[in-house]
Design a protein around this ligand. Structure first.
Ligand SMILES: C[S@@+](CC[C@H](N)C(=O)[O-])C[C@H]1O[C@@H](n2cnc3c(N)ncnc32)[C@H](O)[C@@H]1O
Length: 290
């Protein structure tokens, strides 16, 4: 059979995804086509015609996306900083908004004194997105990633191995509960930067099907007010950080004041600052160890 034009097939996909309630139908339709064809999205124009069986495979992918399976589960990748992470069932899909936390960490690392290798801890690491993006950007850093969920840990380790194969400095992956009183005691007082994108959604919040049905629930929910993991993490962070070291925790839109309060109540932090995202929504709180 002769080849057919790709563009009308993509237009049909946009309509289908739009009707299914997908938030960004054009971007998703084009990204799925780019994934299938092995080109970047911006280069789809260079593939004007496809074999009919390619169009069929594309329609099958679009059908899955219309059933609200996350785009990243279909492509198998999500981005953070300068790297791609493998993702799929069992692990939280890294979100673009967490890039702000990553950028904050890089800026913070610029201020670390040059008399030692900077030490970074990523609490609640999931796919390893933050830890591995920091390791890629700062090969001089000693990076630790902590994750408790065995299913998520398989992805952390898989991504960590892939980054070693890509030539990055290896990170240390810890299977541990970030709320445990003895968390990483061997690092007490030595850490320059602690990052965390923990589970923080208040139980009962309304979520899109991609999130509710595909992100693991231990990655999402932080108890009735969203602070169940954050509150016990704060004393551990105070113990881990060296004097002058800094931390930032991503949180729910509704929770900036709660996170500020947790740092303030601990008494060992100064410069406790709320950071909004580009749309002005509260996104993370940063603080410095006295
Ligand atoms: C919102 S996801 C963030 C993952 C990753 N940091 C990112 O930004 O994509 C939160 C992660 O914390 C893990 N987690 C939840 N409770 C934890 C705990 N008490 N100790 C360690 N990890 C935990 C979940 O399994 C999940 O992988």
């Amino acid at each position: 059979m002769s080849r057919i034009p790709l563009r009308p097939v993509i237009v049909e996909a946009v309509e289908r995804l739009s009707a299914a309630g997908v938030g960004s139908p054009r971007a998703d339709a084009e990204l799925l086509a780019a994934h299938l064809l092995g080109v970047e999205r911006g280069r789809l124009v260079l593939v004007p015609m496809v074999e009919p069986e390619v169009a069929d495979r594309y329609r099958a992918l679009v059908q899955q996306r219309a059933r609200r399976i996350p785009l990243q589960h279909l492509t198998g990748v999500a981005a953070m900083g300068g790297i791609d992470l493998a993702v799929g069932p069992g692990v939280f899909v890294p979100r673009p908004e967490t890039e702000l936390l990553f950028a904050w960490a890089l800026a913070q690392l610029e201020t670390v004194r040059h008399d030692h290798a900077p030490v970074v801890v990523d609490l609640c690491a999931g796919s390893g997105a933050l830890a591995l993006a920091v390791a890629q950007a700062r090969p001089d850093a000693l990076v630790h990633a902590v994750e408790v969920d065995p299913a998520a840990l398989q992805w952390t380790r898989r991504n960590a191995e892939a980054r070693i194969a890509a030539g990055d400095t290896p990170i240390t992956v810890h299977a541990a509960d970030v709320t445990a009183p003895d968390l990483l005691t061997e690092l007490d007082g030595t850490v320059d930067v602690v990052l965390s994108n923990p589970p923080y959604i208040p139980v009962g919040a309304l979520l899109e099907p991609e999130v509710a049905e595909h992100d693991p629930h231990p990655a999402l929910f932080g108890g009735p007010d969203g602070l169940d993991v954050i509150r016990p993490m704060v004393p551990a962070i105070a113990r881990l950080l060296r004097s002058g070291g800094a931390t930032a925790i991503e949180h729910d839109d509704s929770n900036a004041a709660g996170v500020v309060e947790a740092f303030t109540a601990d008494g060992r932090f100064i410069e406790i600052v709320e950071h909004p995202d580009l749309a002005g929504r509260p996104r993370f709180v940063a603080a410095t160890r006295r």
